[in-house]
Write a protein that binds this ligand. Structure first.
Ligand code: XLS
Ligand code: NI
Ligand code: NI
Length: 437
């Protein structure tokens, strides 16, 4: 049975195509810098938004039309939805998908029943993966929707919430392994606080670290080889989320001796919420070898929450792909569309338009970034700008052979510094704009 009977497998038709059900830039097999677009971009569909999203917002319930949904929370519905998902992903031509445990299988009457039900759905996912070749980019556990996690999971004031979360993550890692997932994500969910009046901040951070250490231990116990990723986010749902941005996460990981076991899954809208550009977060993570994967979406400059819109901004996708190319790719990571349709876009076909647009925006961004790298203009200006560090006193400082006394002697002899040169910001921005076509 087809759930999207009017949609063919989405073809690549080239930049001049006006067919809304075709790619204009994403040509999976096209080679850029020695790798195919599919290999560079490693697109993933987010199960929660695409197959569980209803379009609900803070002012009203969902109104998405999904003819295959029967409104129940039955196992049969979970299993049927797997067929929907694989038809959708197959027609779109994405190589990966991602899930939370509760997206693919709802809870049963108790943990044992929940796990049993999850196993049934995972078995079906495994079959569909084998049939289609679509793979799991990452799994994660939903530790934020159920009321038991009202005060958080590993940072809850209730120790039982920590224990339940541990059981849930243990199972989710096992399921990720069973499905050959190549990463596992920890997003902080409700790990944070609304008021310090009721929060023992240091104790909660210690508990978060304890939880992650236990996860690392368990990963080794069962021989799961996927990459562990932390997804920074500064606020929402709590006022202050502990994993607020890449720099804060780095400090946390270093403080608790976890930095060798994790990388970051950087999300565009979370960067915006943190008051950073996505380019800043990517550059920070990448500089320290911590950029593992990307949640590809965008925020709205006028709305202050995680709007999770589909990425369409070429300036931004080009910057993202530049960061990715500059570090030689994402390794086991990918570009996961953690993005949802606007409530007003309620027809099933909108799911295709949204993903096609996002994939094209990133394929286009990849081409722009590769062209910029090929010309090397921006990189050349960077090299020139820091030339004073490549020889003489700069090289001595970097090599550690200079100290305050030798630097004073050097400056006393020289009298004053070599004149500064212009930062050329406007010129560089003009140069970048040349490539945006
Ligand atoms: C929420 C997060 C979430 C994670 C997965 O804002 O982006 O969707 O990606 O738990
Ligand atoms: Ni995300
Ligand atoms: Ni998000």
């Amino acid at each position: 049975m087809a759930f999207f009977p009017d949609v063919p497998t989405i073809p690549f038709e080239g930049p001049d195509s006006t067919n809304p059900l075709a790619f204009r830039h994403y040509d999976a097999a096209a080679v850029v810098e020695g790798k195919t677009m599919a290999e560079h971009l490693r697109f993933a569909v987010a199960y929660w938004h695409t197959f569980r999203g209803t379009g609900a917002d803070p002012f009203g319930p969902g109104c998405a039309v999904r003819p295959w949904e029967d409104g129940s929370h039955s196992l049969a519905m979970d299993l049927k939805r797997v067929d929907v998902a694989f038809e959708f992903m197959g027609k779109l031509g994405v190589p990966y998908y991602c899930w939370h445990d509760r997206d693919i299988s709802d809870e049963g009457a108790n943990l044992a029943e929940t796990n049993k039900r999850l196993d049934t759905v995972v078995a079906k996912l495994k079959e569909k993966q084998a049939e289609t070749g679509i793979k799991l980019l990452w799994g994660t556990a939903n530790l934020f929707s159920h009321p038991r996690f009202v005060h958080g999971a590993s940072t809850s004031c209730n120790a039982d919430a920590f224990a339940f979360a541990a059981a849930q993550v243990k199972k989710a890692i096992e399921c990720t392994k069973e499905l050959g997932g190549v990463n596992y994500v920890f997003w902080g969910g409700r790990e944070g606080y609304h008021t310090l009046n009721n929060t023992d901040l240091r104790r909660e951070f210690d508990h978060l670290a304890k939880f992650l250490h236990l996860a690392v231990d368990y990963k080794k116990t069962i021989g799961f080889t996927g990459q562990f990723l932390i997804e920074p986010k500064p606020k929402e749902p709590t006022t202050h989320q502990y994993d607020s941005d890449c720099a804060a996460c780095m400090a946390f990981l270093k403080t608790y001796g976890l930095d060798q076991d994790f990388k970051f899954n950087v999300e565009t809208n979370h960067a915006t919420l943190a008051g950073h550009t996505m380019a800043h977060e990517l550059t920070y993570a990448s500089s320290y070898g911590m950029l593992g994967s990307i949640d590809a979406n965008r925020g709205d400059e006028l709305i202050g929450w995680d709007t999770d819109q589909f990425p369409t901004n070429l300036y931004q996708t080009a910057q993202v792909m530049l960061a990715v190319l500059n570090q030689g790719g994402l390794g086991s990571g990918g570009l996961n569309f953690d993005a949802k349709l606007r409530r007003e876009s309620f027809e099933p076909i909108d799911l295709f338009y949204a993903h096609i647009g996002g994939m094209d925006a990133f394929a286009h961004g990849l081409k722009i970034a590769a062209a910029m790298r090929a010309d090397g203009v921006v990189k050349g200006m960077l090299t020139k700008r820091y030339a004073s560090w490549d020889a003489g006193v700069g090289a001595e400082i970097e090599a550690g052979t200079a100290d305050f006394a030798t630097l004073e002697k050097y400056m006393l002899a020289k009298g004053d510094i070599t004149p500064n040169t212009s930062g050329r910001q406007e010129l560089l921005e003009n140069i970048v704009n040349r490539y945006l076509r």
